[in-house]
Design a protein around this ligand. Structure first.
Ligand code: KDO
Length: 332
């Protein structure tokens, strides 16, 4: 065999070996399936693109981020169960979802406890948040990566009416998401709470199967509920939060470096949502007025008193950790 022939056969043999061995070395991407009821135009829908872009940059080729909006993969509220079963890796779960399994968490579903977005931020970032997130993580097989400000919930009605106090909502079929904690909030506002998934609210308002719904105003805009309603009542009844959570099985299988990158991506997504949502909330009322809606201010103190009394005497409040309400109230 000549020298060049020998070289060529060696190269050929090496190529075959490399081809055979390749699959063993090929890096398998970690799938990160996301499911959320958020609509594409809402900030907590758009934030997942920020999450994906952040990971694609910090960990190229390591993760396969799959974003499913509009509850297209899992129904609203079923995400924690899907995560525990291993069918879903990530979601933004609500305090209401958590409260179903961790009753103590229902303190964050109660109206007029968290005062404003800054208060929420301080509560979640401080010892109260740390304790409560740990409790949720332990009982739910998920890890809470970061809290998100969903916005301050307002009442949005199909037909305009004079609403000053909870008594003025008597008989109003107010759509709420379908869990007992949500329905409690709707009833505490004085309305007849009617369960319905977020994706069905637009049609419900259009056809009149419901008289109204409650949501933060950026979501009222993004989901176009203003097209089928006539009034917004600025009750400010719940400074709402959701939480980017990841299935424990996925989280624990990651290296510390991967965990740090996923956490940083979740923080970037949260910051994007929070900044944009706060900015939009500060000037969105004009948008609704331009759309022909009336925006009214009720007697918020009357709502606060009545809603707080409903919670104080509820069975739900008995599940709140001792002293927790005072600790939240005293967070400045
Ligand atoms: C809703 O169904 O009203 C709600 O605002 C509840 C939240 O917890 C959250 O699920 C949200 O919908 C969706 O993300 C859609 O914006």
């Amino acid at each position: 065999m000549t020298l060049s022939l020998l070289r060529r056969s060696l190269i050929a043999a090496a190529t075959v070996a490399a081809t055979i061995a390749a699959p063993a070395f090929a890096q398998t991407k970690i799938p990160l399936r996301i499911s959320t009821p958020a609509v594409p135009d809402d900030w907590h829908g758009k934030m997942w693109t920020v999450f994906k872009e952040s990971l694609d940059k910090s960990a190229p080729g390591e993760f396969d981020v799959q974003i499913n909006l509009n509850a297209s993969l899992f129904k609203q509220g079923t995400e924690p169960a899907a995560m525990a079963r291993g069918n879903l890796e990530l979601s933004s779960i609500s305090a209401f979802d958590i409260a179903k399994i961790v009753p103590e968490f229902s303190i964050f579903t109660a109206g007029y406890i968290v005062r404003d977005p800054q208060h929420q931020q301080k509560v979640f970032a401080g010892p109260v948040g740390k304790e409560m997130f740990k409790l949720a993580s332990e009982k739910m097989e998920v890890t809470i990566l970061t809290p998100i400000y969903l916005g301050t919930r307002q009442v949005n009605l199909r037909e305009a009416r004079n609403v000053k106090t909870p008594a003025d909502l008597k008989g109003v079929k107010l759509r709420m998401p379908g869990s007992k904690e949500w329905l409690f909030l709707g009833e505490a506002l004085g309305a007849t709470a009617t369960p319905l998934a977020f994706g069905e609210v637009y049609l419900g308002l259009k056809t009149g199967t419901i008289d109204g719904q409650d949501n933060p105003l950026p979501s009222v805009r993004a989901a176009k509920f203003y097209e089928v309603t006539k009034q917004i009542v600025m009750t400010n009844h719940l400074v709402d939060g959701i939480f980017i959570a990841i299935a424990d099985k996925t989280w624990k299988a990651m290296s510390p470096a991967q965990q740090a990158k996923v956490k940083a991506a979740a923080d970037a997504a949260a910051a994007f949502n929070n900044d944009n949502r706060l900015k939009e909330e500060a000037q969105i009322v004009d948008f609704f007025k331009q759309q022909g809606l009336t925006v009214t201010t009720p007697d918020v103190e009357a709502f606060r008193k009545s809603v707080q009394a409903a919670y104080a005497t509820s069975d739900m409040a008995k599940t709140w950790p001792a002293g927790m309400l005072d600790r939240i109230n005293n967070t400045k």
